[in-house]
Design a protein around this ligand. Structure first.
Ligand code: NAD
Length: 309
């Protein structure tokens, strides 16, 4: 019988599918490295989330292991090199959070433009700040998407069909023609995007080429009325330059879900600014995204052991 060690909480229905497919499921939430080494010795597959760490020591102890599955996206907690050396398959669920992150990006745009969190903060202090909360609409605005992959396209779809926004995008790879047509999206260079967009939203991975991609020089290219949304990775933006831009009014506001330092220190300069909305890296943090992540990796595991993969 194929034995699957589930080492992190995943969607109950996903566990049921494994059992229904005739797999033995052993569940232990977030074991320590030593516990994991004990548990993994006779397992054929292991499912983790961002924890526990599947180190080289763990992989070397796992004599039967054929699959490591991450119910989510990032693989930072898995020693990929050690897995490769042993011929172990590594699966993740890269499309599970797409809609959740896209909806958060749109939510941050509306929050910044309509000053929802700002008004809420003032109302709790007894201030009816109607005049200060004069907002702007999304409808008809130009949305500049940097990184037009899964999430970028999902944002474009909501923005185009829901708000009649005009989509321009910058990516190292141009989208297929049918996608551009469906989203009425125009591929432009980065400088044009920054100079033209009313809202700039980031959906690139953090790699050496995107580190501090949004720096002082590029923030200065943006319109004074424009806002920046970052639900990608904190390191894509030079935080110091962004704080300056927000303080000195080079741009009108920002909505951020990710930071160069996480958790963001409570006294960070960003927390002192009224024209910024902050969320604690909750892009993928929805019931639906977690359900999809669990189901996606379980289907991959079942496919692997039943020869369908
Ligand atoms: P994806 O791979 O589908 O899309 C990324 C796009 O960026 C691709 O089209 C790629 O060509 C483009 N790109 C890569 N390097 C580039 C560069 N140097 N310049 C311009 N474009 C470049 O990924 P995705 O699923 O859309 O996710 C995007 C990012 O969102 C992830 O890498 C991750 O960092 C972030 N994310 C955040 C959360 C969250 O909780 N806030 C959750 C999931 C993903």
């Amino acid at each position: 019988m194929v034995k699957v060690l589930v080492a992190a909480p995943i969607y109950e229905e996903a566990l049921r599918r494994l059992r229904d497919a005739g797999f033995e499921v052993v569940y232990r939430e977030y074991p320590s490295e030593d516990e994991l080494i004990d548990l993994i010795r006779d397992a054929d597959a292991v499912i983790v989330r961002s924890k526990p760490v599947v180190s080289r020591r763990v992989i070397e102890a796992a004599g039967k292991l054929k699959v490591i599955a991450r119910a989510g996206v990032g693989l930072d907690n898995i020693d990929l090199e050690a897995a490769r050396e042993r011929g172990i398959e590594v699966y993740n669920a890269p499309s599970a959070p797409t809609e959740s992150v896209a909806e958060l990006a749109i939510g941050l745009m509306i929050d910044v433009l309509r000053k929802i969190s700002f008004s809420d903060r003032l109302m709790r202090r007894g201030v009816w700040a109607k005049k200060k909360a004069l907002g702007r609409e999304l409808r008809g605005k130009i949305l500049g998407i940097i990184g037009m992959g899964r999430i970028g396209q999902a944002v474009a779809r909501i923005a185009h069909y829901g708000f009649g926004m005009r989509i321009i995008y910058y990516d190292v790879r141009r989208c297929p023609k049918d996608v551009e047509e469906e989203l009425r999206a125009e591929c432009v260079d980065l400088e044009t995007l920054l100079k033209t967009a009313d809202i700039v939203t980031l959906h690139v991975p953090l790699v050496p080429a995107t580190k501090h991609m949004i720096n002082e020089e590029r923030l200065r290219l943006m319109k004074k009325t424009a806002i920046l949304i970052n639900t990608a990775r904190g390191g894509v933006v030079d935080t110091e330059a962004l704080v300056k831009a927000l303080r000195e009014g080079w741009i009108a506001g920002a909505g951020l879900d990710v930071y160069e330092e996480e958790p963001l220190p409570a006294d960070h300069p960003l927390t002192k600014l009224d024209n910024v909305v902050l969320t604690p890296h909750i892009g993928a943090n929805t019931v639906e995204a977690q359900m999809r992540a669990g189901l996606e990796v379980v289907e991959k595991i079942i496919g692997f052991f039943t020869g369908k993969r």
